[in-house]
Design a protein around this ligand. Structure first.
Ligand SMILES: Nc1nc2c(ncn2[C@@H]2O[C@H](COP(=O)(O)OP(=O)(O)OP(=O)(O)O)[C@@H](O)[C@H]2O)c(=O)[nH]1
Ligand SMILES: [Mg+2]
Length: 288
């Protein structure tokens, strides 16, 4: 199953206090969920945004310029949401006219190939501050750039990060540590892991999640389907899936299929007959 086209508008962070502005609510008048992308310099925050939501080739991320002021992706489709890409090292959103109070999820992007010692301490202080301001906030830790690392090494690095962060949070407040919603993901823009991780983050922001899952369960049982996804075709993010266990290979096959559908759509997409006639006329003139 697929939902066509995401719309993205780039802009800068707007004020968040008081009544929400019209671009901060969806078609049904609900406030759009807000997601902040934070982390140290060069961790890969902008690359994630550009690869997933703007279709940039992963190898082209090498040429992305460093982010100096926060930029906003306004995503309007089946799920509307606002994603803010913060400058590297900026862990205080208030300095950018944003706040943790009206943030639904924070994605901390950490470079798995760098030393994380100092960052973990800063991260725990930021998480403490965010949780105090908004206990419902969702923390998503992306241990990013894991391509080129062996499976064992990836898992060891993740376990180390998890242990040290849990320890820091526990030292600050054992009660707070046990109540926080913290989720960990291994990601890379060079494979499907980034799409799967973002799908899991976004699914938690869809209020209709449980109903969608039930509908997909029904679809699977009625039509003898092994696995069903509700996809955003342009970003390859799945908004929901049925309750059967998901293996990575199934997602990879579906993602390849979506790429194929995308390529064929471009090949057969409607071309404005007027522009076609103009281009034919100019090429005829050129031959004379
Ligand atoms: N190996 C690898 N490199 C990556 C990945 N994602 C991003 N990069 C590289 O990391 C570098 C920094 O990427 P950016 O997206 O600019 O990082 P950023 O976090 O937005 O950086 P600032 O805006 O300075 O905070 C680029 O050279 C990317 O090519 C990944 O998954 N794997
Ligand atoms: Mg950036």
């Amino acid at each position: 199953m697929a939902v066509p086209g995401l719309e993205h508008q780039n802009g800068t962070a707007s004020g968040s206090k008081g009544q929400p502005a019209s671009d901060e609510v969806d078609g049904r008048g609900r406030r759009k969920p807000r997601v902040l992308l934070m982390g140290p310099r060069s961790a890969g925050k902008s690359s994630i945004r550009k690869v997933v939501f703007e279709g940039m080739a992963p190898s082209d991320t090498l040429f992305i310029e460093r982010t100096n002021k926060s930029s906003l992706d306004d995503i309007n489709s089946f799920l509307s949401m606002r994603m803010f890409d913060l400058p590297g090292g900026q862990l205080d959103p208030e300095q950018l006219n944003l706040s943790f109070e009206d943030t639904d999820a924070v994605i901390f992007v950490l470079d798995a190939q760098s030393t994380l010692h100092d960052m973990i301490r800063k991260l725990s202080v930021t998480m403490h501050k965010a949780y105090t301001a908004n206990p419902g906030i969702q923390f998503e830790i992306f241990l990013h750039k894991v391509d080129g690392m062996s499976e064992d090494y990836r898992l060891d690095t993740l376990q180390n990060l998890r242990d040290r962060l849990t320890e820091e949070l526990f030292d600050m407040s054992p009660q707070l540590e046990s109540n926080m919603n913290v989720f960990y993901h291994l990601t890379s823009v060079f494979d499907t892991s980034i799409y799967e991780a973002l799908s899991k983050v976004i699914q938690k922001l869809v209020p209709e999640q449980a109903s969608l899952e039930r509908l997909l369960d029904l679809l699977c049982s009625q039509c003898s389907i092994d696995k069903a996804f509700l996809f955003e075709t342009s970003s390859k993010i799945y908004i929901a899936t049925d309750s059967a266990p998901l293996d990575n290979q199934t997602y990879v096959i579906c993602a390849d299929y979506l790429d194929l559908v995308g390529d064929l759509t471009q090949l057969y997409e409607c071309v404005d007959p007027l522009s076609l006639r103009d281009s034919r006329a100019s090429s005829t003139r050129a031959r004379h």
